[in-house]
Design a protein around this ligand. Structure first.
Ligand code: ADP
Length: 220
């Protein structure tokens, strides 16, 4: 774990130092593009460190959940708006009705965001992402599907582990921190929910989670 993290911290740090030195020594290299690379790498470092801290605090019980009633449906819609700038991606969100749950809104937002982010990263050339929210048997189920390469059956267990990446050499895998799904798993477990994935090679993956609904939603 420490070896993995150190490697991932070192890569952006090497880039930042390298670009900054070149810009200091060669005046012509002091370009907005090079500054942007430094900013992007620093942002990547921030995400990685934040994810690591979040996960360790959640798993050690240092932070407790702050459950409050909120609309899960609006939460998903708001997250989808963050992707408005990705105009060549198609997001399809189907839901049976507006659902209010009692949960830690920030943490659930992170779960949905991590799943959508993975779907955006790994979906196929058609750039489609499907979201579904269903109420059944006193629970709400959320599904996030993509049309990408899918995940081999023998890897479906491992991907929930901290720092696991199916294909470490692949460009796309280097984008993420390898912590997204462990955060999903930890947060959903802490809420007494269930989660899983179905995947067909060459056809795509569907990640889902289910949370209990409050006994009387109308009283919230
Ligand atoms: P990462 O930051 O690498 O995406 P995650 O914990 O979110 O970390 O995911 C772990 C690994 O699971 C990924 O590196 C990838 O190999 C695989 N994975 C996650 N989501 C998908 C998906 N929608 N399609 C294909 N592979 C996926």
């Amino acid at each position: 774990m420490i070896a993995n993290v150190s490697h991932d911290l070192r890569t952006p740090l090497t880039m930042i130092t390298g670009y900054a030195e070149v810009m200091r020594d060669l005046p012509g290299e002091n370009t907005p593009e090079n500054v942007q690379i430094i900013i992007d790498e620093a942002t990547r470092l921030t995400t990685l460190v934040n994810d690591l801290l979040d996960l360790s605090k959640l798993q050690s019980g240092t932070i407790t959940l702050k459950p409050e009633p909120f609309s899960l449906t609006s939460c998903i819609r708001t997250i989808l708006h963050r992707y408005d700038k990705l105009i060549d991606y198609r997001f399809d969100f189907q839901y049976d009705r507006d659902v209010t749950i009692v949960a830690d809104e920030l943490k659930i937002t992170q779960v949905v965001y991590n799943l959508i982010n993975n779907a955006v990263t790994y979906t196929g050339a058609d750039k489609q992402i499907f979201l579904l929210q269903l109420v059944q048997n006193g629970r709400v189920r959320v599904e996030v599907s993509d049309t990408g390469e899918g995940i081999p059956q023998d890897k479906l267990q491992d991907i929930w582990e901290r720092y696991y990446k199916v294909d470490k050499e692949h460009k796309r895998a280097q984008v993420g921190t390898g912590l997204g799904l462990s955060i999903v798993k930890t947060v959903i477990d802490l809420h007494g929910g269930t989660y899983g994935v179905q995947s067909v090679l060459g056809k795509g993956s569907t990640f889902w989670f289910e949370l209990p609904l409050p006994e009387d939603e109308s009283q919230l």
